[in-house]
Design a binder for this molecule. Structure first.
Ligand SMILES: Nc1nc2c(ncn2[C@@H]2O[C@H](COP(=O)(O)OP(=O)(O)O[C@H]3O[C@H](CO)[C@@H](O)[C@H](O)[C@@H]3O)[C@@H](O)[C@H]2O)c(=O)[nH]1
Ligand SMILES: [Mg+2]
Length: 236
């Protein structure tokens, strides 16, 4: 039987963490799937670690907590998370409920029927979308995707999305080459996967902006993203 490991990076997700954890394990139970969760917690000032420790008392071995002394960025959280996964499939998703666990059933179905290496959730195909984003955030996301796909010449409708399912060995192989550490990580991983000839399938998702807490994608992260894109342009 397949085993699925979900990597959840957290920074100030005290309110969201119990809900996302519950939804993932409920979805797994309902569909008779074997899931574990790996939380990569970067010393959030809001006490996310204490919440994670309480959840550990409920879910035991199915929930792993990896604590890091400071905020080290999304890409590096995934890299550390992979080392702790026991599954033969790895899911990467946000902990703030923007990525609903119900879609994992579609991801798994798609992977099974196509035997693809990566399934990526897309906001920009039929039945996909975003909810509760202002004009500026929509523009940033569309702009980032447009820049990435035209400059790097990669066909993928949602290069900057981060809700994905990977075959474990594929992620392990590709991640070794990845140089981005922040938000550009998602884009780089798809580009490198395509270079290796790995297959990528898309599934529509509706991304719902978080209710609790704040996005960490500020102007400085966007600047880092643009620098990352620039660097990649000269790498490929
Ligand atoms: N451990 C750790 N977690 C982090 C860090 N930065 C962010 N996170 C966690 O990573 C997840 C996503 O962070 P958000 O701050 O909510 O990102 P976003 O603005 O909603 O951006 C989302 O959409 C983008 C595309 O539009 C994606 O590129 C991005 O990866 C993310 O999915 C959340 O679970 C958040 O707690 C960090 O430095 N360390
Ligand atoms: Mg978010």
């Amino acid at each position: 039987m397949s085993k699925y490991s979900v990597i959840l990076p957290t920074y100030n997700e005290r309110e969201n963490l119990p809900i996302i954890t519950y939804l993932i394990f409920e979805m797994a139970k309902k569909n008779n799937l074997d899931f574990e969760i790996i939380i990569i917690e970067d010393n959030s000032p809001d006490g996310t670690l204490q919440v994670a420790q309480e959840l550990k008392k409920v879910y035991g071995d199915k929930l792993i907590i990896h604590f890091r002394e400071k905020k080290l960025g999304l890409g590096s959280a995934y890299m550390d998370g992979i080392k702790l996964c026991h599954g033969n499939f790895i899911v990467i998703m946000d902990a703030d409920l923007s990525h609903h666990p119900k879609y994992l059933v579609d991801f798994i179905q798609k992977q099974k029927t196509t035997n693809c290496d990566i399934v990526t959730g897309s906001r920009y195909i039929n039945k996909g979308g975003v909810m509760n984003w202002g004009f500026d955030r929509k523009l940033t996301s569309r702009g980032a995707n447009f820049l990435a796909s035209t400059m790097l010449g990669v066909k993928c409708s949602d290069l900057t999305g981060s809700f994905r399912l990977y075959k474990r060995e594929v992620l392990e192989k590709v991640i070794k080459d990845v140089v981005s550490r922040g938000y550009a990580f998602q884009m780089e991983i798809i580009i490198r996967a395509r270079q290796y000839g790995y297959t990528v399938e898309e599934v529509p998702i509706v991304f719902v902006e978080r209710i609790f807490g704040e996005s960490k994608l500020g102007a400085s992260e966007f600047q880092i993203y643009l620098k990352g894109l620039w660097k990649l342009l000269w790498t490929f």
